[in-house]
Design a protein around this ligand. Structure first.
Ligand SMILES: [Zn+2]
Ligand SMILES: [Zn+2]
Length: 356
């Protein structure tokens, strides 16, 4: 894994208050029956991370430009047109940042992105022009990182490095993003964003103990110090161990899963139901009804009942369905939703789609 050097409603916005300091906002981009993508914002006490998952047509371009040009990383499930047709908007907003922006995708991502970069005239850039992209080709064996720079007019693959593949592809102090390689007749990546567990101060207990916030609040989160260290707070003195035992509460981080465009057979189901266990929100494609199993199998997609069963077995808290076909009229879309709800009652489309 490469360490992220990152500098992450319902007009489709859904907010998850995760703990005292953090929240996750997610937004499904694009309209029903056409391309969709996911935009995820993780807001900590100190900073905001922005991630995009896929780049369908008219998806990323609907974000305010200020958000789009602050994206920390783009994750591509695969390169079928409906997942990358809006790539230009991402490049346009991000090619001249003060750092290289990471892109993660399955095999050949670097080759496909390189072709897209070369689809522009770059005569106005040159030595000293900032920006570029680090494209990560993820395969069962390795993650290969290839750098392309604006100052080079995207002519060359400038540096190539490779590390063994493990599921964690992106990590910083606050969160970790994992992927699994699934079968869509081509590799297609499933993603899981997991906020790291945090130790927070129990405010009620702090008040009960008659303590006021101060620099000690930071000190007691230091797990490396000796437990016998004395800490003075006002007129009282405690050991570090006592303060940690009485005041620190572990808040588990929340998770968001993103699954689209692959065969959800028994093997995939079993592997994902553990991987996605207790997810706060699962974003899942919903392109085929139960009576279209044969078609779903032929195209290596999932069906309504397979999605419902997975969400139920993984005990996810919320299931948001997207990537539905435009061959269904409004009534059929409601029936499609009902098929999932028969198994997982909490399933819904993005609220701004107005399909219930
Ligand atoms: Zn596809
Ligand atoms: Zn698709």
């Amino acid at each position: 894994m490469y360490k992220g050097d990152c500098t992450f409603s319902v007009t489709g916005y859904k907010k998850y208050r995760t703990n005292y300091y953090m929240s996750i906002d997610l937004q499904i981009l694009g309209r029903p029956g056409w391309d969709n993508s996911l935009f995820l914002k993780v807001i900590t006490g100190n900073r905001v991370y922005r991630f995009a998952f896929d780049a369908g047509e008219n998806c990323l371009s609907t974000l305010p430009f200020g958000e789009l040009k602050e994206i920390d990383a783009l994750f591509l499930s695969h390169h079928h047109m409906d997942h990358i047709s809006g790539f230009d908007s991402f490049v346009r907003a991000n090619y001249s940042r003060d750092k290289l922006i990471p892109i993660y995708g399955p095999e050949n991502s670097s080759q496909i992105c390189h072709h897209r970069f070369l689809g522009y005239t770059w005569n106005l850039v040159g030595p000293g022009s900032p920006g570029g992209f680090m494209v990560h080709d993820i395969t069962e064996n390795s993650i290969k990182r290839i750098t392309f720079k604006t100052e080079d007019a995207y002519r060359e693959e400038l540096s190539i490095s490779e590390v063994p593949f493990d599921e964690a592809v992106y990590e910083n102090d606050d969160l970790i993003i994992k992927c699994k390689i699934m079968d869509h007749k081509i590799p297609s990546l499933a993603f899981l964003v997991h906020e790291k567990d945090k130790a927070n101060i129990d405010l009620e207990e702090m008040i009960k103990m008659g303590l006021k916030p101060g620099p000690w609040c930071r000190e007691i989160k230091d797990t490396q110090s000796t437990p016998y260290k004395k800490i003075a707070i006002g007129v009282q003195t405690f050991t570090l161990e006592e303060l940690q035992r009485r005041l620190l509460k572990n808040t588990p981080g929340q998770s968001v899963g993103y699954i689209t465009d692959f065969l959800l057979d028994h093997e995939a189901h079993d592997s994902l139901k553990t991987w996605l266990k207790d997810c706060t929100a699962l974003i899942a494609e919903c392109a085929y009804r139960d009576n279209e199993k044969a078609l779903a199998l032929q195209h290596h997609h999932m069906t309504t009942t397979q999605i419902g069963r997975l969400a139920s077995d993984a005990q996810v808290k919320e299931l948001i369905l997207f990537h539905i076909s435009d061959r269904y009229d409004k009534t059929q879309k409601s029936e499609l939703l009902q098929e999932v709800r028969d198994i997982f009652p909490g399933a819904h489309f993005p609220l701004n789609w107005n399909i219930v």
